[in-house]
Ligand binder design. Sequence first.
Ligand code: SF4
Length: 203
Amino acid sequence: MSIGFDGYRTFGTKTCPGTKLFTLSGNIGNPGVYEFPMGVTMRRLFEDVGAGCPNGKKLRGIQVGGSASGAFVTPDNLDVPLDIESCAAAGMSLGTGSLMFFDEDADVIELCRGCMAFFAEETCAKCTPCRYGNKRIADILSVILSGKGRMEDIEKLEKLSNYVSKNSLCGLGQAAPTPVLSALRNFRDDYVKACSSPGTASA
Ligand code: SF4
């Protein structure tokens, strides 16, 4: 049955009417694609729909908006309504509606490295910041993961990621460093720990 334009607008929020497909993946009991009104909270999707993390594990964070270029945020954001404005105000983009949950055992630096390795492959190579920058960011993350990272690598990562984001020609390069920049904001202690004791590989 068609509900028409006006009926569709009764769902969601005033500024983001309608529904959206949300993809729940990662460490979650009921992964899948679910349609909900715009403005639903991550908590509702994580707890009621997704059934939380399997095996009683604690939620460590969520990658929001895309499985490669989404921002890594902490569970403090579970009550943020998933609409364009609320997400932007919380420092993330709703993007594709992808929500990748990761539990207490996840290695945030490895998750970031995986994202950057993806972009190092996917670059079309037209512009230099994206062509070389994403590969270089992935390499620095690999060094940190090998246990040879230094504190100055954190500063290098931050500078390079900002540079790639601001100077790449298209949306792919501009969004590619989002996982690293958001992880440096929200999970900085992981980087500090990995870089302050060289010789100890990240768990
Ligand atoms: S930013 Fe866009 S145009 Fe530049 S290399 Fe990357 S994919 Fe190509």
